[in-house]
Design a protein around this ligand. Sequence first.
Ligand code: PNS
Length: 149
Amino acid sequence: MNRKAIFPGSFDPFTIGHHDIVMRGLEIFDEIIIGIGRNSTKQATFSLEERLEAIQRVFEHEPRVRTVLYSGLTVDFAADCGAQFILRGVRSVQDFEYERSMAEANKQLSGIETVLLYTRPEYAHISSTLVRDLHLHNKDIQPYLPTTK
Ligand code: PNS
């Protein structure tokens, strides 16, 4: 069986924490499709095109990872991709509750399973929100972004 997962998120921006989850996900799944969700309620700092290009560059030498934009429900995106799993990372108890309700809703909607990986402790404080704040205050955000090969 070709185990395929989607890794959905806003990725505004995609951090070293997200990167670590994808790399570890590749030990579980044959293929991962990173889906940048068009979130109508969130005002983004980085444009969809900037985010797409940045993530595509990071994984340009990893044929098992693709990055695409999607709109609408995550379960519909997963079905369009032919993915059997949703991959997400969890940093904290707060994340856990949010992830639990999303996983339950998605399971009810389509039967899809969500696989959660704990963020490595050294990355647990890193969030897109933190990186955006630093960026808005003209601080160097490179240490929080994955390097391009
Ligand atoms: O990492 P984020 O920004 O918290 O990702 C949130 C995302 C994109 C996974 C979530 O908002 C989502 O799935 N949006 C699409 C709409 C949807 O499917 N909603 C029902 C989920 S319970």
